[in-house]
Ligand binder design. Structure first.
Ligand code: HEC
Length: 148
């Protein structure tokens, strides 16, 4: 029971930190969620579990932050890069995805994506996203599988 309470409070504190960090960064959660619904949800699903053969963001996406090429991949994928969102809006949506969907795949400390990074990565489109995804995944330690 004590362990459970400890784990629960830890989870709760982590959630609060994630939410307040988002606000501290001056990001607009409601706008991020709306932009996700309009531009991403059709393929990635409401909670990021992925529809059809679209990979789950939920419980996994944070793994890509372990390297610079992984960060770049998150923006270079066609769904991100070709969306009608501005660089500021896209950085905001992807940071919102980290805070709301990555669960344990997100390291305790990480650098959120900046609009400047988004602008750079968008200028480097991926020819074969599936191959790049497999190449990256083979290189990093997987932090957490999808929470069931
Ligand atoms: C038409 C369907 C579609 C839409 C719309 C879409 N995506 Fe994706 N997304 C995919 C697929 C499929 C992949 C896997 C890589 C690939 O094959 O392109 C992916 C991969 C990703 C990844 C990398 C995660 C991983 O595990 O590979 C991120 C981050 C991502 N998308 C974010 C977004 C964001 C943000 C939006 C909205 C602005 C969006 N996507 C819109 C289909 C989509």
């Amino acid at each position: 029971m004590r362990t459970f309470l400890f784990l629960f409070s830890f989870f709760w504190i982590t959630q609060i930190n994630a939410a307040s960090r988002f606000e501290l960064m001056g990001l607009d959660k409601n706008r991020a969620q709306l932009n996700y619904m309009l531009n991403c949800q059709g393929c990635h699903g409401k909670d990021g579990r992925g529809l059809g053969d679209v990979p789950a963001l939920k419980g996994f996406v944070g793994n890509f932050l372990s390297s610079n090429e992984g960060r770049a991949y998150l923006i270079r994928v066609p769904g991100s890069a070709n969306s009608p969102l501005t660089d500021v809006e896209l950085a905001e949506v992807v940071n919102w995805i980290f805070f709301t969907m990555s669960d344990k795949s997100l390291a305790d400390s990480f650098n959120p994506l900046t609009p400047e990074e988004v602008q750079t990565y968008r200028g480097q489109p991926i020819l074969d996203a599936k191959a790049e995804r497999s190449r990256l995944i083979a290189k990093f330690p997987i932090r957490e599988k999808l929470a069931q």
